[in-house]
Design a protein around this ligand. Sequence first.
Ligand SMILES: Nc1ncnc2c1ncn2[C@@H]1O[C@H](COP(=O)(O)OP(=O)(O)OP(=O)(O)O)[C@@H](O)[C@H]1O
Ligand SMILES: [Mg+2]
Length: 275
Amino acid sequence: MLGYMTDFTVFPLLDVQRLTMLFGGLTAVDDVSFQAFDRQITAIIGPNGAGKTTLFNCLTGFYRPTSGALLLHRGGTTVDLAGKPAHVNARLGIARTFQNIRLFANMTVLENLLVAQHRSQMAASVYSFAGMLGLPSWKRAERAAIEKARLWLERLRLVDVADRLAGELSYGMQRRLEIARAMCTDPCLLCLDEPAAGLNPSEAVMLRQTIALIRDEYKTGVLLIEHNMNVVMEISDHVFVLDYGERIAAGTPQKIRNDPVVIRAYLGEPEEGAA
Ligand SMILES: Nc1ncnc2c1ncn2[C@@H]1O[C@H](COP(=O)(O)OP(=O)(O)OP(=O)(O)O)[C@@H](O)[C@H]1O
Ligand SMILES: [Mg+2]
């Protein structure tokens, strides 16, 4: 006989509650709620201007939302990310890539990956110059940073270009480097803003495999903004749809693919009298 009750409630990794973001008179995100889970890929889709990037900017501390909560549940604690500065949200394990690539173009590929990890190295030096010069923990942190960079260079097939300037890489390689850089910070939630944009079909297939690997091997939650429906439908566990800042649908890829509301938002209403 069971003498006790066990609580099997699964907390989401991220619980977005009634998020609203106004820019003057424009409501870019309108009372949006959704959840994202550990080890799952949650896609955010919607037409241009729907509010997808604005949502990421709120989540990563680039914008302070007008209202609502962005609850991160981790290790038995809950933190509201709303309104916290970008460096705090990064330290809490939120990493992102940008719709318009933002790398250090005049640094090498390897340097981009090491700079991303400076925080853990600074912590190892106890934030002092003397510590940085002498402490064995600094040396250890430096070795660990190089080792992690090497791992992600391999994972994203960038080893051969490790010493090239980031700005000289092809577009597809720069997109891969952005993902490597984000993963070097050991995030719990990886936010990808249109990672397939500008990729050719074979690069898009590789991207799909990389994102699935990050979910499965690194146990990371992934939020994926993407217009490439092949990528979205192939790898997402959940999809939620924004239109004019509002959530208009949510569900499995299969459900979303056949949802007339979603189809209408993407294709528009047929014109009166049109054949
Ligand atoms: N900093 C800002 N100031 C004023 N308006 C903004 C700002 N950022 C975004 N907007 C507006 O908010 C709305 C949502 O923009 P957002 O970039 O979030 O859309 P999106 O869904 O990412 O679109 P896309 O698919 O084209 O990238 C748009 O009308 C946009 O012009
Ligand atoms: Mg966008």
